[in-house]
Design a protein. Sequence first.
Length: 200
Amino acid sequence: MQTLEGHEGTVTAVTTLSNSDVVSSSTDETVRIWDSTTGQCKHIVQFPASVIALAALPNGDIVCVSEEQPLVMIDKFGNQLRVFDRLSTMDILCVGVLPNGDIVSGSADNTIRIWDSKTGECKEQFTGHQAAVTTVLPLPNGDILSASKDGKVHLWGELRGAPKKEFGAKAAVSVNCLAANLSGDIVVGNAEGIVAVWAQ
C-alpha cells in the first residue's frame, strides 16, 4: 500500500489520470498531483478556498470545484488552463466529465449545467430536482444520472427538458452518492446510512 501524505485538511475527492498519477483535493485549499508509484507529490495547486470536488478528462486535464468560485481547469502539471463562466459561482457541489469531453456540474440551486471544456462557456442549464444536486454521474452513452437532497435520482437523456426516468423513495432523504453497474442498475447511498440498488 502506498500512502500519500501532505494535505493539511480533509481530503474531499480523489481521481486518477491515464498515466496512473493520483489527484486529490482538500479543505486545505489545494489540489495535489501525486506519483502513485513513489508517493511523491509532484505538483501543488493553491486555491482561494476549500476544493470540494474534481474530475479528470481523458487528456489528463482536471476540472476543480472550489467553494464560492467558478470551475477551474488545470493540466496534469498543475498549470491553470482556464476559468469557466462565472455562473452559479457560489454553489457548485459536484462535477463529472461526459464522453464527448464536456463538463457536467450540479449545484445547490437545484440546477445541472453542461460546460464546454475548451472554452469554459455554459452550454446548457436544466433542472428537475427540488433541492441541491449532490452528485452527477455521466454514463458511457452520454446520459447523466443526478442525485439530490430531495431524495431522488434522475436519469437525463439527450433532451434535457425533463428526466427520462426518476428513482427514489417518498421520504426526502438526501442521496449523497451514486454509481451504476454494467447491467444498468443504479446504486445509491443516502444520509440515513442506507445503500439501495434500483433496477433501470
